[in-house]
Design a protein around this ligand. Structure first.
Ligand code: AMP
Length: 215
């Protein structure tokens, strides 16, 4: 199963990715997670990426395409993959098609999760996660039992620097300008499925499963 998970920040891509990978044994490839890891490891690429992430902008295509190409060529992607947060530009989508062609693969489905801007802003401003195990909480809907402490591992709860005020607004603007046009690209390839992300994540997942089982 070769899946692309699309949608604006806060739509619930991460939550659906966790559910999908628990049910289907395919690697979850999140470019956002890869960049955050590079930032926390202090690599050269991480330092470069951080400037864009903190500004709510996209990391340049060449850098992003390079890390995804490398990842998709790894052996665990042989039986499929779940791409989360990639592609985000038309250049990335075209590069992905070419990379997959070389690997004798293709995108089989593009799942697009959508929600109104006011819901996205509310979700992102309340989103926090564990610094250690990365478990995600929302301070309004699903806070940790003890403030600031992870229920699972006792790690420190932190907020992503790009989930703060102005950066959130910039990320939504960038999504609308650079990523939303990609929906047309996948629609024309008859791969696009639109899902309403403004409901319980279990309901969204039921629909995801129906789509994946029909492939
Ligand atoms: P995410 O966790 O998917 O919301 O991504 C966090 C940040 O990482 C984004 O705001 C971008 O700065 C960067 N990023 C993640 N994926 C991409 C991508 N496909 N292209 C460019 N930048 C990306």
């Amino acid at each position: 199963m070769n899946i692309i998970l699309m949608g604006p920040p806060g739509a619930g891509k991460g939550t659906q990715a966790e559910l999908i990978k628990a049910k289907y044994p395919i690697p979850h490839i999140s470019t956002g997670d890869m960049f955050r890891e590079a930032v926390s490891n202090g690599t050269q690429m991480g330092k470069e990426a951080q400037k864009y992430m903190d500004a709510g902008k996209l990391v340049p295509d060449q850098v992003t395409i390079g890390i995804v190409e490398e990842r998709l060529a790894q052996s665990d992607c042989a039986k499929g993959f779940l791409l989360d947060g990639f592609p985000r530009t038309t250049v990335q989508a075209e590069a992905l098609d070419q990379t997959l062609k070389k690997l004798n693969k293709k995108v089989e489905v593009a799942l697009n999760i959508a929600a109104p801007d006011e819901i996205l802003i509310e979700r992102l401003s309340g989103r926090v996660s564990c610094k250690d195990c990365k478990k995600v909480y929302n301070l309004s809907y699903s806070p940790p039992a003890q403030a600031g402490v992870c229920d699972i591992c006792g790690g420190e709860i932190i907020q992503r620097s790009d989930d703060r005020g102005e950066t959130v607004a910039k990320r939504l603007e960038v999504y609308n300008e650079q990523t939303a046009p990609l929906l047309k690209y996948y629609d024309e390839c008859q791969l696009l499925h639109n899902l309403d992300g403004n409901r319980d994540s279990r309901e969204v997942f039921q629909e995801v499963v129906r789509i994946l089982e029909s492939l």
